[in-house]
Design a protein around this ligand. Sequence first.
Ligand SMILES: Nc1nc2c(ncn2[C@@H]2O[C@H](COP(=O)(O)OP(=O)(O)OP(=O)(O)O)[C@@H](O)[C@H]2O)c(=O)[nH]1
Ligand SMILES: [Mg+2]
Length: 477
Amino acid sequence: MDTNHRTDTKIQSERAVLAAVRLPDSRFNPDDPFGELTALVEQAGATVVGTLDQNLQRPHAGTYMGSGKLDKLKSLCSELRADTVIFDHELSPKQIATIEKVVERKVLDRSEVILDIFASRATTHEAKLQVEIAQLEYTYPRLRAMWSHLERIAGGSPGGVGTRGPGEQQLEIDRRLVQRRKTLLKQELSKIQARKQRTVEKRNADHFSVGLVGYTNAGKSTLFNTLTAGGAYADDRLFATLMTRTRMWNLGQGTEVMLSDTVGFVRDLPHNLVASFRATLEEATHADLLLIVLDVSDPAAELQYQEVMRTLDELFDTVKAETERSAKQGSGNDNIEPRQPPKRVVLLNKVDQLRNNTELLIWQQRLENSLPICALPPEGDTPRRGQEELRRLVLDETLGEIRELTLTLPMRESHALNILETKADILDRTYEGNNVTIRARVGIRLLARMKSAGAQIRFDDPESPNRAGAPWKAPLP
Ligand SMILES: Nc1nc2c(ncn2[C@@H]2O[C@H](COP(=O)(O)OP(=O)(O)OP(=O)(O)O)[C@@H](O)[C@H]2O)c(=O)[nH]1
Ligand SMILES: [Mg+2]
């Protein structure tokens, strides 16, 4: 058999034809329908030699694309000497096998290409585990469908196809091995994640945390590096960052926040990959403030904005549902307050790349909480556009509205006292027994955070009815 068959999904240095079925609800950029898939395929190391798409009301069950179009796809591939066909959406294992039979070439879907890129980018142990689990769940059944299909046309003789040709029995053994491997990986992953979650929780209790999120290549790592002068990987490639990185960001006035750089979003992220990467994205949901980095110089900015917002909404919905479920099951802790989703600010990034201001004005008018910015490092001593405003904005968010309050706390609360000494403007203090009473100008959000971290603070607010100094129940902003 001389066709290029599918024993793995690597497309390094292959010649690829891209194919797509556009349905009424398909999301794509009409000005450059294959732009994003081309970028993905090139990241995976292949060359795009041609494209073909078809508008349909609904996909054909067996082959997704209509059969006439598929024949056309086959002749296009021969004409362009293509090795591989890549579809811009998910296909079932069966659809892949059927299409492969018609076009006589290796067929991949968009999710498999994304998985390949993730596999080649994963450097940490955690990222590698996540990618392997996703590949076992997504790619493996698709490869298997192909093997058994090849098996049939090769007459069932072992070794008849390539050198692999697994028989039915072999497939059964493979399936069990894969199952065992997956269980093992998942156990290891959940151990790592439990450890990480404890670190994150402890850190967030002490510090205001800010998460950078956004579409891949939007400029998150660049901004992260500029603000923290750190060394996250910033690169003009998709998915340069796979894991969350966190560093202190010094805002001045004795205030530091934890800034996190996360994995980039992309349209239709393979669902198994989302499952394994959810913990990574979920870290973003624990932030106190989300900075959404948007590349406004990208022609597909609108689509990317929609995608990021949709993914975040979904993520918050699942987290909320899970919290409610575990509360119903009586986790023993009745006073778990459902977390409010963090405030979102959209950073209109790469403004230096815009040729005129009109587009920027439209974004600003439309999004109340937005800020034009350039994420590149300062030129000499001068910070780039928007960076100083961003620092102010985050500082204000961190401290919250400043009020003059009288606080009473036990002397043993040395950690809380320390925070007050550095971050509040202390006007007066008196000692009585084991307690200290402090009159201070202090940000209410800072106080709320100290309280939720367990600090025993009572306060008298002249505007509040609980003047007697009952434990503070702050109406959180
Ligand atoms: N001109 C210009 N280029 C920028 C700006 N911000 C980022 N870039 C460039 O955009 C490219 C992508 O930046 P990254 O910071 O790696 O993007 P990212 O959002 O971290 O991407 P992922 O890690 O893949 O999610 C790099 O080549 C950056 O130099 C900006 O404000 N202006
Ligand atoms: Mg990055």
